[in-house]
Design a binder for this molecule. Structure first.
Ligand SMILES: NC(=O)c1ccc[n+]([C@@H]2O[C@H](COP(=O)([O-])OP(=O)(O)OC[C@H]3O[C@@H](n4cnc5c(N)ncnc54)[C@H](OP(=O)(O)O)[C@@H]3O)[C@@H](O)[C@H]2O)c1
Length: 380
């Protein structure tokens, strides 16, 4: 049976790798839709190769998509409209807060969601989980895919925690003083993964792991104290399930996103995507404690997650503003954590975060606060 698949963010790192899986197994997929923000040329080329029923372009002029066989959806909200169309699975590979609307659209329409866009779970939390109902969200983040696979078929009473590994990013082992003048070009050199710019900076600050701690808490229902984070430089062990009797079941694979993407979109089936099994001999696996004195974003994220309510939304918004400001060279690397900390301190709003309106309002306010914190940081 062919899977009817929609790929949101098909022009990005996750999206392009999903299309590699489709290219390797054309008999397994029928493409319902592909979407991008503004990369119209790349989206057109993908549509010509994969013949989707729909293409959606969110933030740019769609005239360059004229005369395609696909129907064109364009303008703000187009990714969400695409996510709502009936499909067997919607892969959300949009980056950042912008992915929330499409996550909500896919779930409200009753579509299964393969989720790479972790930000929508950070900001949507319980509300997004409730929208999913019995229709499980299949995680695509490599660590959560690993944990998901280790937890399969296990009873709740067997589980005492989950293990999340972190590569440590390009600055692992450096002291604060050595990070004073690192620039975007240094932070974008990830040792093991090739990913979009935002998640690569998040990996360098360890905010990515912080977001993933919240993501693991939401997806697997484990208390924050039971999410164990370790730095594993080789990025071969991706995650694990810690069992009541002290056993730990680990998931290992070469660091290649095509594996969790293929598993997410074909769950529960597995296909060969051209990734060799791990080579055990002549290699070492190391595990270290993360340095939260140098990389403060991990602790800030865990605190925001534990506080709940508006705090994960503020954390995410401030991080997006800070990362963009760092990439634009407006602030320094270590100031990313400062901007986030100040924004969390300034958060005042409360209320029920179970609607797009409520979440968007807190997000917008937090972005203003974070931009103010960036301006204050630049005059110091
Ligand atoms: N890359 C990885 O290996 C990896 C691994 C695990 C998890 N993730 C997660 O997966 C998500 C995507 O990451 P990525 O690295 O693939 O990002 P990316 O390379 O920057 O790609 C982002 C995609 O989202 C689209 N997009 C951006 N802003 C949008 C908006 N406002 N509305 C609609 N579409 C928009 C982009 O379109 P344009 O091309 O037109 O800009 C692009 O197709 C992130 O949440 C990330 O944390 C990524």
């Amino acid at each position: 049976m062919k899977r009817r698949l929609t790929i949101l963010g098909s022009t990005g790192s996750v999206g392009r790798q999903a299309l590699e899986v489709v290219r390797a197994h054309p008999d397994r997929f029928e493409i319902v839709g592909l979407s991008a923000s503004s990369s119209a040329k790349a989206l057109r080329a993908q549509a010509e190769e994969f013949s989707p029923e729909y293409v959606a372009l969110e933030n740019s002029d769609a005239t360059s998509l004229d005369n395609l066989d696909a129907k064109v959806i364009s303008g703000p909200g187009s990714s969400r409209k695409l996510a709502e169309l009936p499909a067997d699975v919607v892969l959300n590979g949009i980056v950042g807060f912008a992915g929330l609307a499409a996550t909500v659209g896919a779930l409200e329409a009753g579509n299964r969601l393969a989720l790479a866009n972790k930000e929508s779970l950070i900001v949507g939390g319980e509300w997004v989980l409730d929208l999913a109902g019995d229709n499980r969200i299949i995680p695509v983040d490599s660590e959560h895919s690993a944990i998901f696979q280790c937890l399969e078929e296990r009873g709740e009473d067997e589980i005492s925690g989950v293990l999340l590994t972190a590569s440590g990013g390009p600055f692992f082992g450096l002291e604060k003083v050595e990070l004073l003048d690192v620039g975007p070009e240094d932070a974008l050199k990830h040792p093991t993964w090739r990913m979009g710019a935002k998640i690569t900076i998040d990996s360098a600050t360890l905010m990515n792991k912080g977001l993933e701690v919240i993501e693991a808490h939401c997806l697997f229902g484990v208390p924050y104290e039971k999410v164990r984070v370790v730095v594993h430089r080789q990025s071969v062990v991706h995650g694990g399930a810690i069992l009541r009797d002290g056993s730990v079941i680990l998931h290992a694979a070469r660091p290649d996103m095509r594996l969790p993407i293929a598993y997410g979109i074909l769950y529960p089936e597995r296909v060969d995507v051209g990734v060799e099994p791990v080579d055990f001999c002549g290699t070492s696996w190391t595990f270290d404690e993360p340095r939260s004195d140098v990389f403060r974003c991990l602790a800030l994220a865990t605190q925001a997650g534990k506080a709940g309510g508006v705090y994960p939304i503020v954390l995410n918004a401030a991080n997006e503003v800070a990362v963009e400001s760092f990439l634009n060279r407006e602030i320094k690397f270590l100031q990313i954590a400062e901007v986030i900390e100040v924004s969390l301190e300034r958060a005042t709003e409360t209320g029920d975060m179970r609607s797009m309106e409520a979440i968007e309002s807190v997000d917008a306010r937090a972005r203003e606060d974070a931009r103010r914190a960036v301006r204050e940081a630049t005059v110091r």
